[in-house]
Design a protein around this ligand. Structure first.
Ligand code: ARG
Length: 476
């Protein structure tokens, strides 16, 4: 079939122009254009929120006398029927009807007749869609919040049981100082705690009702915006109709929260991947979170953390999509905004999946305490402790740094950690060194000495874990 013929066929197929706005049109919309501009394939995800918003709007219209009580009842009953059909997968979505809003409105009119056409009084799809996405995202946030809390509880519980487990702490991925594994886990918890707070902050700003802004300028009907706002659980009606129909900040803020949380997840993933490797052997992940290789029989790959790390790019990509979508858009609503949904849906889905993956996997981490301890013994992780010891005995810190540097060089040459050197050997570097030096050179002594709030001492880690758990529990 030639291209022109194909177009013609599509044109003929498209004899059914959308009745909601077809009045001023002389010819049907081109079939490709109808498909190109339709959003129903993806925005049908907003159906329940669309119905919820319509019911609130109809109740308000009845309250101010635009609809009769009987008309309101017909609308509510009709929408309830449609809602059931959608939930049972029986609803026939039509691309000709463009989007979720017009599909539901047309179905309502089909069922209850002319009264269905009254529902759109004093409303536009512009404030309707803005309301729907806010309601939808609010529902998703309310699912994500307990998922984050659960993940935090799992991390904190593991931190408490690993409060005394010693591992090397790293800077530049080089052994720096010994830390406790529990302390490391609580660092993850802090990152995720901030993510949780950012999400709550996003919900707060999202929770305003755009309904009543109509197309852009408001409406001449005597509407009650406070009524619909409270009916839908919004904290207030939004301030400015132009801003309300065009604002998508809440979607961007959500994706910003999601990108940062995923960035944290990618850092955690990276550590898990390193720690499961033969070179580290700090932890084991149960087989159910890993896969094998079809060619190398010995392989057990940490697929779950790798995929979470990979999906970080995807969520950040959705944030950039939304920022770019909104860039330079003049007020008020523009069709561009229809492109807000897929990035947002994808970011929400990805974050929920990753939270589930992490929530299941973290409590299953098995710490190889001996390997961690051994690794901390290598790499002169108590060198700072020796320097601090010399300072206590009266050496200036810069001088003690030099002394310890010499001792480390000796250790490298003779394959000996500081704690493995004899007192005589150590005294060659400073006569101030005495038998009590071994208290600070041991890994246990080193971590126990950092006994202040925010420090790595087991005692502090247990107290910090208790505080963190109390905070998480206080909000759920
Ligand atoms: N499907 C549209 C969207 O998602 C609904 C709003 C359409 N408004 C309009 N003036 N064409 O943005």
């Amino acid at each position: 079939m030639s291209k022109s013929n194909k177009n013609k066929t599509e044109q003929l197929d498209n004899s059914a122009t959308n009745a909601s706005w077809g009045g001023r049109f002389n010819e049907p919309v081109d079939a490709f254009v109808a498909r190109f501009t339709a959003s129903v394939d993806f925005d049908q995800r907003l159906a329940m929120q669309d119905i919820q918003g319509s019911i609130a709007h109809a109740k308000m219209l009845a309250k101010v006398g635009v609809l009769t009580a009987d008309e309101l009842k017909q609308i509510i009953d009709g929408l309830a029927q449609i809602s059931d059909e959608i939930n049972q997968g029986k609803f026939a979505w039509s691309q000709v009807l463009e989007d979720v809003h017009m599909n539901i409105e047309a179905a309502l009119t089909e069922r209850i007749g002319i009264v269905g056409k009254k529902l759109h009084t004093g409303r536009s799809r512009n404030d309707q869609v803005a309301t729907d996405i806010r309601l939808w995202l609010r529902d998703q946030i309310d699912t994500i919040k307990p998922q984050i809390s659960q993940l935090q509880q799992n991390i904190i519980a593991l931190a408490k049981s690993e409060a005394s487990t010693i591992m090397p702490g790293f800077t530049h991925l080089q052994t720096a100082q010994p830390v406790t594994f529990g302390h490391h886990l609580l660092a993850w918890n802090e990152m995720i705690q901030r993510d949780y707070e950012r999400l709550c902050d996003c919900r707060k700003r999202l929770n305003q009702s755009p309904l009543g802004s109509a197309a852009l300028a408001g409406t001449s009907y005597p509407i009650d915006r406070d009524f619909t706002a409270s009916e839908l659980g919004f904290s207030k009606a939004s301030e400015n109709s132009l801003d309300s129909v065009s604002d998508r900040d809440f979607a961007i803020e959500f994706c910003a929260f999601a990108s940062l949380m995923m960035t944290h997840f990618s850092r955690i993933s990276e550590e898990l991947i390193l720690w499961t490797s033969a070179q580290f052997q700090f932890i084991d992940l149960p087989d159910r979170f890993c896969t094998g290789s079809s060619i190398m029989p010995q392989k057990k790959n940490p697929d779950v953390p790798e995929l979470v790390r990979g999906k970080t790019g995807r969520v950040t990509g959705q944030l950039i999509s939304l920022l770019t979508l909104m860039k330079s858009q003049p007020l008020a609503y523009n069709k561009d905004n229809q492109e807000d949904k897929e990035p947002l849906f994808d970011a929400v889905d990805t974050v929920q999946d990753c939270l589930r993956a992490f929530g299941d996997m973290i409590p299953a981490i098995q710490a190889n305490r001996d390997s961690m301890f051994e690794a901390a013994r290598r790499g002169f992780s108590t060198a700072t402790d020796l320097a601090d010891y010399l300072v206590c005995k009266g050496t200036a810190f810069r001088d003690s740094h030099e002394v310890v540097g010499n001792a480390v060089a000796y250790g490298i040459e003779n394959s000996k950690d500081l704690s493995e050197m004899s007192l005589e050997e150590l005294q060659k570097f400073s006569s101030l060194i005495d038998q009590d030096v071994f208290e600070v050179l041991t890994l246990e002594g080193s971590v126990a000495a950092r006994n202040h709030q925010g420090g790595t001492a087991p005692e502090q880690v247990k107290a910090a874990a208790d505080r963190a758990l109390k905070l998480v529990k206080s909000r759920s």
